[in-house]
Ligand binder design. Structure first.
Ligand code: CP
Ligand code: NVA
Length: 309
């Protein structure tokens, strides 16, 4: 019996040492790609991508990334595969993992990716669930490192909804030893059990968003209404009105603080145009790094370590 594959379903599936390795591989792979030097370690390998929610960046970065590594990527969605007609996730995992070398899933409940992974012969990657978005935070932290150096001991302010991206920042803070300050409107706070599980000692909640932002090294936010929560949109627009990242908020952060947003963004809602289009924003670098960080992830999951250690 072959050994069970590794999966990347939550940020804390990997250790700090593994992230150090992955960030170094990201740097190497990106640099090589920028020099137009071919690197095709995944020749003949296939990535299957399952999307139950919309995507621009995740689809593009995984598909382009797999091609750039010499492999192929196949896109499936629930409308035109049997997944939308009730085929059990467990059966889909058995079949798909016999025809491919790695699977990426974007879906609703985290339980779906967990069930798929439990029945898969190949590594499974979480491409976003209601609960987590680990590939995003891997790219975000790589972007921080590229711009500013180590993230250990730094302070990240999360302003807005305590959603999948926020939860993943909290997990990352624990794995990589930095601090996250979260400010949400009343009623949208981080769930206490999640804070206990993933934020111990690295996480503080603030009622006032300006207090969360004060002295931060990085300010980040996301849409007020995530995919799957559209019915709450009107109520959320009212509740979140004071949780916009604007120039006044950037001014209370540390000098040289960066602004990040996983995108897509809504200027005038969670962030002002002045901030997202301003000099502290690194949102385009952040989006581009999805491509390179995920290439390092694909290489690691399919081939294991390539540095001989
Ligand atoms: N940030 C992100 O995951 O973007 P997409 O929804 O476009 O994939
Ligand atoms: N929180 C957002 C992220 C989109 C990339 C959502 O889940 O819709």
């Amino acid at each position: 019996m072959a050994t069970a594959p590794r999966h990347f379903l939550q940020f804390n599936d990997f250790s700090r040492e593994e992230f150090d390795y992955l960030f170094e591989r990201t740097r190497w792979i990106k640099d090589k790609f920028k020099r137009y030097q071919p690197y095709h370690p995944l020749f003949d390998r296939t990535l299957v991508m399952i999307f139950e929610k919309a995507s621009t960046r995740t689809r593009l970065s995984f598909e382009a990334g797999m091609f750039q590594l010499g492999g192929s990527a196949i896109y499936l969605n629930t409308r035109d595969s049997q997944l939308g007609r009730g085929e059990p996730v467990e059966d889909a995992a058995q079949v798909m993992s016999r025809m491919s070398d790695v699977v990426m899933i974007r879906t609703f409940e985290q339980g779906i990716v967990e069930r798929f992974a439990a029945n898969s012969r190949v590594p499974v990657i979480n491409g976003l669930t209601n609960e987590y978005h680990p590939c995003q935070i891997m790219a975000d932290i790589y972007t921080w490192i590229e711009q500013r150096g180590p993230i250990q001991g730094k302070t990240v302010a999360w302003i807005g909804d305590s959603n999948n991206v926020c939860n993943t920042w909290l997990q990352a803070a624990e794995v990589l030893d930095f601090n996250v300050r979260v400010s949400t409107p009343p009623g949208y706070e981080v769930e206490p059990e999640r804070a206990n599980l993933y934020g111990t000692g690295h996480f503080e909640q603030f009622a006032d968003p300006m207090e969360a932002a004060r002295g931060a090294d990085l300010i980040t936010t996301d849409v007020w209404t995530s995919m799957g929560f559209e019915a709450e949109n009107e109520a959320r627009i009212k509740a979140f009105a004071d949780w916009q990242v604007d120039a006044d908020m950037m001014r209370v952060a540390n000098r040289g603080a960066l602004f990040m947003h996983c995108l897509p963004a809504h200027r005038g809602e969670e962030v002002s145009a002045e901030v997202i289009d301003g000099p502290q924003s690194v949102v385009w670098e952040e989006a581009e790094n999805r491509l390179h960080a995920q290439k390092a992830l694909l290489e690691y999951l399919v081939m294991g370590r390539v540095d001989g250690k």
